[in-house]
Design a protein around this ligand. Structure first.
Ligand code: FAD
Length: 500
């Protein structure tokens, strides 16, 4: 049966996360007399506030969860539609939403983000963290927990194990060092004593993008399911909200049932072999912590042969791009990681369909100093650039790849240290063609420089080093640093003055 198109918009953007909102913002401002629609499954949208350009490529901003009315008030030509897209018809240039309506578009940008890559989808003792609802569920379950097992070695796992108190944490990482996504073993070694140290007082300033949540807008429907989780409009399954980000745990009490401070044990070089309920547990597993002091609701057998009983498992092993609703009947080229392939104009392989943020995979020939990582800053940059490309193509104007894709840069906080990552900070793709310079003062700072052919190609700065701008310049201008040798990291030389 032919579906009736509700309305055709010049631009339709799917997803109310950072990528989608930034893209919608860009297009609504540039085409004030054309209709723009933002279709999103969640109740709220994400807004970037207090944007600060710290250096040529480093940026910092706050992110607030807001009612969509804020966007509509700002742009009278923008309509926010709260419903999940369930089908895309690229031939007829239309999308169909869960509530059965069909919207036409001239150009579409898919910014549907990702969902946690769960170890298993149907085990109630395995949780992922993605949005506000899942963070609240974690908080609720944690308040009754004595031991949890955290699986994964990325940013979310790093933050979680550091924040949880009042509960024993077994942290299983597949690598030989913690934080492998961001650090080398040296940086991990620098950070690991923080896991044993007491938690610093809450009065410490937090210098990274802050995430805040607001109550739903008046009139926005919100119901609670029997298990306490929130549901958006409509009666479908819980709809995916946008991803949390830096400081997702601020305002979420991550405290277990015991009167103990942080208590983390790391299991290195292992993955999950099997997850058992107490009934399924083999009668004589190798005697390990966990199997003797049960029964526990769930048991995790690791590939290192150990089995741990626990209250629940947190699966923090990355994200899977949210592509499913868009694939049926279309011929999208997908990358190995499951993302929608996009070219240097953020265009997918389908005509007039763009994508940005966690859902896409950047498939253009990258600059030698940039790589894609599914991070908040890149979601904003891609959303912004996708909007500019859609505008340029509409106006038949040329557009060049934005400068932000020239150098990878990221500023964040781990274990209460400021962390700046620049370029090929882990020597990504350099093989043996790299030289490392390291300066480390225990408990204070860790500075690593990656050189290739005498030129700086990456850096990791942990602590208040104040080196980011100078190093960013040295990376961008590719100056030959061979004459300076190890002096480059001599703490007695004011390097900023030196290269000024
Ligand atoms: P999302 O924010 O996931 O937004 C996707 C949007 O699409 C949502 O609004 C959703 O409702 C909507 N949607 C999905 N499917 C549909 C559909 N079918 N129809 C309509 N709408 C749909 N990054 C950092 O840089 N630093 C950090 O410290 C950091 N910490 C993080 C901590 C946690 C717990 C998590 C989960 C992520 C963290 N990230 C961090 C990653 C960062 O949050 C994401 O990279 C970023 O938010 C991705 O933005 P996005 O707009 O692409 O997707």
């Amino acid at each position: 049966m032919e579906e009736k198109t509700e309305k055709t918009y010049k631009f339709v953007i799917v997803g109310g996360g950072i990528a989608g909102v930034t893209c919608a913002d860009q297009l609504s401002a540039q085409f004030p007399s054309d209709d723009v629609a933002l279709i999103t499954a969640g109740l709220h949208i994400k807004a970037v506030t207090n944007y600060k350009q710290l250096s040529r490529t480093l940026e910092e901003f706050d992110v607030e969860e807001r009612p969509s009315s804020v966007l509509e008030e700002k742009f009278p030509n923008l309509t926010v539609i709260h419903s999940a897209v369930k089908a895309l018809h690229t031939q007829s240039h239309s999308v169909q939403t869960e509530d059965g309506l069909v919207y036409g578009y001239d150009k579409l940008c898919i910014c549907s983000g990702g969902r946690p890559k769960l170890l298993t989808r149907d085990n109630p003792y395995v949780l992922g963290i993605r949005d506000t609802d899942s963070a609240q569920e974690l908080q609720k379950r944690l308040s009754k927990a004595k031991r949890i097992v955290v699986i994964g070695n990325g940013g979310i796992a790093l933050e979680l194990v550091y924040e949880v108190e009042g509960c024993e944490v077994i942290w299983a990482v597949k690598d030989k060092a913690i934080g492998n996504t961001f650090f080398d073993a040296g940086a991990a070694q620098f950070l690991i004593p923080s896991l044993d140290a007491g938690k610093p007082g809450r009065a410490l300033p937090c210098k990274r993008p802050r995430y805040t949540t607001e109550e739903p807008a008046p009139g926005a429907s919100q119901t609670f399911t029997a298990d306490g989780s929130r549901r958006g409009r409509g009666s479908g399954p819980t709809e995916p909200g946008s991803a949390l980000g830096p400081d997702w745990h601020e305002g979420v009490v991550l405290r277990g049932a015991e009167q103990v401070s942080r208590n983390v044990s790391v299991e290195y070089k292992c993955e999950v072999e099997k997850i058992y309920t107490s009934e399924e547990l083999p009668t004589s597993p190798q005697q390990t912590p966990g199997s003797e002091d049960g029964p526990w609701p769930v048991y995790v057998q690791l590939t290192n042969g150990k089995t741990f009983g626990c209250d629940f498992v947190v699966s923090a092993t990355g994200v899977v791009p949210n592509t499913e609703p868009f694939l049926a009947g279309n011929k999208f080229a997908l990358a190995d990681d499951g993302g929608l392939q996009v070219d240097d104009h953020m265009m997918t392989s389908e005509p007039d369909v763009y994508a940005s943020g966690d859902v896409c995979t950047a498939c253009w020939k990258h600059s030698a100093l940039w790589q894609q990582m599914r991070l908040w800053t890149q979601a904003r940059q891609m959303g912004w650039y996708a909007g500019r490309c859609m505008a340029a193509h509409t106006l038949s104007e040329p557009i060049e790849l934005d400068f932000c894709f020239e150098l990878f840069s990221h500023v964040t906080k781990f274990f209460n240290y400021k962390v700046v990552l620049l370029g090929k900070f882990n020597g990504q793709g350099l093989g043996l063609d790299q030289e490392l310079l390291i300066r480390c003062t225990k408990g204070q700072e860790y500075v690593k420089v990656v050189l290739s052919g005498g030129r700086m190609v990456g850096a990791v700065l942990i602590g208040e080093t104040d080196l980011e701008e100078t190093f960013e310049n040295l990376i961008l201008n590719q100056m030959d640093l061979t004459p300076y040798g190890e002096e480059l990291l001599n703490p007695n030389i004011d390097i900023e003055d030196y290269f000024d």
